[in-house]
Design a protein around this ligand. Structure first.
Ligand code: NZQ
Ligand code: ZN
Length: 390
């Protein structure tokens, strides 16, 4: 049964080829001082930086640059950005990049004027944004996280080796996001497929939880079929606009809060994946692919009905003469086949993880209780070990 909820998604989306032209009108809604956030240089190589700065200049904005934002952005970097935003009296933070740049922009947005320790308040205690929030706009260049249409911001504390998602809530959602699928054409294949798996994982995290009949699960099944189809088409031909645009739109809907409304969710793959990144700096989507199969195979008996449904409705497994366990297991085998076709990372060994590191990673993982089995640290370690030996 659907639980009670309030749904609102305030992010305005400008989608499609040349949607960057919408930046002119968007900019007219904000003051002069713009903090332009971007990563390690891809936007300079592919020309997106030139285009965006041309528009900013034509609109008479004062640009303060905040560059070199790393993948898996750190707390140290966030603190640099907060200072820059405050010192320059920033009116709009414009993120030009992928999830890391968008997350950093939202982190600065919600914490620049925070008088307490923002790590403690927002990332550890998980409070919703309550300080002054600087508006954020995104120009998306990498697809997967959904950060362009939600209020999350994932930051790594390199001292404590914790990677945590702050959920700032509606006030900190981007005010607008510009999503031109052609901007993703220059992504290296590794990043593209990693993003595709991130999308699939977001849907699975919300799907594999609960025993009720819930409309979200039906929506999720359709979305998963679309991710599978479009990812294979994009892997074959990265310039396939139809596939790339479907993946871009799917990514936003997979994590813009729609499919979690009124239902429980799991998120343990992300908890284990993020703990892995905190110890290795590995690419987000690939950490998820490396731990997913050991995790799902382990919890399958506890949520058998949903794994059977996944096999039947997402993968089209035939139920004829098979037990529920056999059907469910075949669904996970199909998931594995698809992952291998995309050349996803299947073992945490590929990130340099060794047996000696498993205790530390297991200790860094937050343990949540929304899935079919509440894991102990020992069980997390076992799942990591299975991935290590895969
Ligand atoms: O830094 P540059 O030079 O820009 O290169 C980036 C980076 O190396 C490159 N790239 C981006 N767009 C490109 C491009 N290269 C060529 N052409 C383009 N058009 O791609 C690399 C990865 O970028 P990044 O932003 O790090 O990837 P992603 O979008 O996967 O973001 C990952 C971060 O988002 C967090 C992850 O934990 C991770 O820190 N997440 C955020 C979530 C959220 N806010 O809701 C949820 C997710 O589950 C996730 O945890
Ligand atoms: Zn993710």
């Amino acid at each position: 049964m659907l639980g009670n909820f309030t749904f609102s998604n305030p992010t305005k989306i400008h989608f499609g080829k040349n949607s960057i032209e919408k930046l002119y009108t968007e900019l007219s809604n904000y003051g002069k001082n713009v903090l332009l956030c971007y990563g390690k240089g891809s936007v300079k190589k592919n020309g997106i930086y030139d285009h965006v700065t041309e528009i900013l200049n034509k609109c008479g904005k004062n640009i303060t640059e905040f560059s070199d934002i790393m993948s898996n952005p750190t707390l140290e970097k966030l603190n640099d950005g907060r200072k820059l935003a405050k010192d320059n009296n920033i009116d709009l933070i414009l993120a030009v990049g992928g999830g890391s740049v968008c997350d950093m922009a939202k982190g600065i947005s919600a914490t620049a004027y925070c008088k307490e320790d923002p790590w403690e308040k927002y990332y550890i205690q998980g409070k919703e944004a309550e300080d002054k929030v600087i508006p954020v706009g995104c120009v998306l260049t990498m697809v997967g996280t959904g950060s362009e249409m939600n209020g999350g911001s994932v930051i790594t504390n390199t001292v404590t080796k914790q990677k945590i998602c702050a959920i700032f809530g509606e006030r900190a959602f981007p005010k607008f996001s510009i999503m031109d699928p052609t901007y993703t054409f220059t992504l290296p294949r590794y990043q593209m497929v990693s993003g595709c798996f991130d999308v699939m994982s977001h849907i699975m995290e919300q799907y594999f939880s609960g025993n009720d009949d819930n409309v979200s699960d039906y929506i999720s099944e359709g979305m998963m079929r679309s991710v599978i189809h479009s990812s294979l088409a994009a892997a074959k031909n990265p310039l396939d606009y139809e596939a790339r645009s479907n993946i871009m739109w799917l990514a936003a809907w997979a994590l813009n809060t729609l499919i979690e409304m009124g239902k429980s969710t799991d998120w343990m793959v992300h908890m284990i994946g993020e703990a892995t990144t905190a110890h290795t700096d590995a690419t987000h989507g690939m950490t998820l692919s490396a731990v997913s199969l050991p995790y799902y195979r382990y919890i399958m008996p506890y949520g058998l009905h949903k794994f059977k449904r996944f096999a039947l409705n997402v993968w089209g497994v035939s139920p004829k003469n098979k037990s529920d366990e056999e059907i469910a297991a075949e669904g996970l085998d199909k998931l594995e086949e698809w992952m291998k076709k995309l050349d996803l990372v299947m073992s945490i060994r590929d990130f340099g993880v060794t047996e000696e590191m498993l205790d530390g990673i297991a200790k860094s993982a937050l343990i949540l209780d929304g899935g079919y089995k509440i894991l102990s640290r020992e069980e997390i370690k076992e799942i990591l070990k299975k991935s290590l030996c895969a």
